[in-house]
Design a binder for this molecule. Structure first.
Ligand code: FAD
Length: 309
């Protein structure tokens, strides 16, 4: 079986989410990659070094700059003439591209896989992760998105894939890149952070959220996350949100502070290796998934904890 993995990259750097998708693809068969973008020679070089990759297809064209799904999907659909499965990381951009590819190939997408059982059988979460479905696809070509936290990253060094230039349909003219407003942060990105401290509605204001959580995160070298209630209340920006409709994370340590543990929040963090919860309500559902729990007032506990670190 020949697989094609879409390489996610930004600012000339290959993103880690790609490496987990490569691991998933390697369980299906031969792994080819697609690097699409403008001036992506450097990314193609990095991609060729990923262990286990046979070939890197490079589509270097202004039409593919900024990963515009409307332009990239037809290119992938064309390359799928020679491949049996397409895989993309289940990131915002991957989830924008893959369904378009599936539609063009007239196949069902298999979303957010957790494991590869065989060439046509996969597991994936349903009901916000409360049940795991085993799905079997009878489509001739598979289109798959991969949950990054469920697969180890392929080694980013050690491979020596061949690099081949490819071209595809021109600009579809359906969308154009206007601009990007990217929040600058010194902190690790949530999906790759080893430690995450996350805050909920209990913080009461944006000022208190940052005044208490930022120093704790700085001491731990952690990323900062938030519940949807905290995001909706404006305490934290959108990209902090962890959960079913936010980011799926699985760090070594997740510290949930003033978060009740609603099922939609748990869907995004319950695979974390160690979960610590701080909540004043000893019956809060978060304690059911926590390895360590502290019952008490966060406004007292968090400064104390930060001071002791
Ligand atoms: P609350 O549920 O209000 O909990 C606050 C907690 O803080 C309580 O447990 C309370 O005991 C504790 N507390 C209060 N004061 C203190 C104090 N001084 N010290 C210590 N503890 C204190 N939610 C997400 O997080 N992520 C998602 O992606 C998401 N997606 C959703 C998708 C859908 C379709 C729906 C319907 C909901 C979604 N939600 C999501 C919302 C979710 O259901 C909850 O409403 C939300 O997670 C609650 O956030 P919270 O725990 O911060 O707030």
């Amino acid at each position: 079986m020949k697989t094609l993995v879409w390489v996610e990259h930004e600012g000339g750097e290959l993103k880690d989410a790609t490496l987990a998708a490569v691991t998933a693809a390697s369980k299906l068969g031969e792994v080819h990659l697609l690097v699409a973008g403008q001036d992506v020679g450097g990314v193609a070089e990095q991609a060729a070094k990923i262990a286990g990759v046979g070939k890197v297809h490079v589509a270097d064209d202004a039409a593919y700059a900024h990963g515009l799904a409307e332009n990239v999907a037809p290119l992938i659909a064309k390359l799928m003439d020679d491949h049996d499965a397409f895989l993309a990381p289940a990131t915002t951009t991957g989830k924008n591209i893959a369904p378009r590819v599936a539609a063009k190939l007239d196949v069902m997408q298999i979303s957010d896989i957790l494991s590869v059982e065989s060439e046509d059988t996969f597991t994936r979460p349903i009901y916000a992760g409360n049940a795991i479905a085993t799905v079997k696809s009878s489509d001739a070509k598979k289109v798959i998105t991969v949950r990054g936290t469920a697969f180890d990253n392929a080694a980013s060094e050690g491979g020596s894939a061949t690099v081949e230039a490819v071209s595809g349909p021109a600009d579809a003219g359906l969308s154009s890149f206007v601009g990007a407003e990217i929040a600058e942060s010194e902190r690790p990105e949530l999906t790759s952070a080893r430690i995450i401290v996350s805050g909920g509605r209990a913080f009461g204001s944006s000022d208190q959220f940052h005044a208490l959580l930022d120093p704790l995160a700085d001491k731990l070298g952690a990323g900062v996350g938030a519940s949807r209630a905290a995001v909706d209340a404006g305490y934290a920006p959108n990209d902090y949100q962890v959960g079913q409709t936010g980011k799926i994370v699985a760090p070594e340590l997740y510290i949930a502070i003033g978060i009740s543990g609603a099922i939609q929040h748990l869907a995004g963090m319950k695979d974390s290796k160690t979960i610590v919860a701080i909540n004043k309500d000893e019956d809060a559902p978060i304690f059911q998934v926590a390895d360590l729990g502290l019952v008490g007032d966060l406004f007292k506990i968090v400064p104390e904890l930060t001071g002791k670190l």
